[in-house]
Design a protein around this ligand. Structure first.
Ligand SMILES: [Zn+2]
Length: 157
C-alpha cells in the first residue's frame, strides 16, 4: 500500500464581534476569527493537509473566498467535502496530528469535543485524530492575541 503524507498551515485574525469556531465547535471568547467562512483555522489546516497528501491543490482552489457559496459557511462542510475528494482519489485516512497556537482561550478542556466533531465530519474514529494546543509564550501575533494559527499533518493510504 502506498502511503502519503500531507501538511497544512493556516492563520486567521482575531477580531471582536465574531463567533469563535475552532475544531468544529463554538467556543466562548471575547473575540472570534475573521474570514470569509466561519474561519475555523484548525479545520482549514486539516483540509489543506488532506488535499496536499492526495496532491489535490489547496483549500483556496476548491473553495475560493470570492465565492458567495462559502460566505460564513460551516467549515465542517468543507472538511466533509475535502474528505470526499480524498476518498474519490482512492485514499482513506490514516491519522491526523494537529497543533493550534493560541494564547487565549485555553483550549485543553475543549479538545475532546473538537476530536468528536472532526471525527463525525470525516467519518473516521476519534482515535485517528490528535489535536494539541500550545501558546507561543506571548511572542508573535499569536502571543499578542492578534490571531490564531494551526498546523496539521495527515497520513493517507
Ligand atoms: Zn482559513
Amino acid at each position: 500500500m502506498k502511503i502519503r503524507v500531507g501538511f497544512g498551515y493556516d492563520v486567521h485574525r482575531l477580531v471582536p464581534d465574531r463567533e469563535l469556531w475552532l475544531g468544529g465547535i463554538r467556543l466562548e471568547h471575547t473575540a472570534g476569527l475573521s474570514g470569509h467562512s466561519d474561519a475555523d483555522v484548525l479545520i482549514h489546516a486539516i483540509c489543506d493537509a488532506l488535499l496536499g497528501a492526495a496532491n489535490l491543490r489547496d483549500i483556496g482552489f476548491h473553495f475560493p473566498d470570492t465565492s458567495a457559496d462559502y460566505k460564513d459557511i460551516d467549515s465542517k462542510i468543507l472538511l466533509r467535502h475535502t474528505m470526499m475528494l480524498v476518498r474519490q482519489a482512492g485514499y482513506e485516512l490514516g491519522n491526523i496530528d494537529a497543533t493550534v497556537a493560541a494564547e487565549q482561550p485555553k483550549l485543553s478542556p475543549f479538545i475532546p469535543a473538537m476530536k468528536q466533531s472532526l471525527a463525525a465530519a470525516l467519518s473516521v474514529p476519534e482515535a485517528d485524530i490528535s489535536i494539541k494546543a500550545t501558546t507561543t509564550e506571548k511572542l508573535g501575533f499569536t502571543g499578542r492575541q492578534e490571531g490564531i494559527a494551526a498546523y496539521a499533518t495527515v497520513l493517507i493510504g
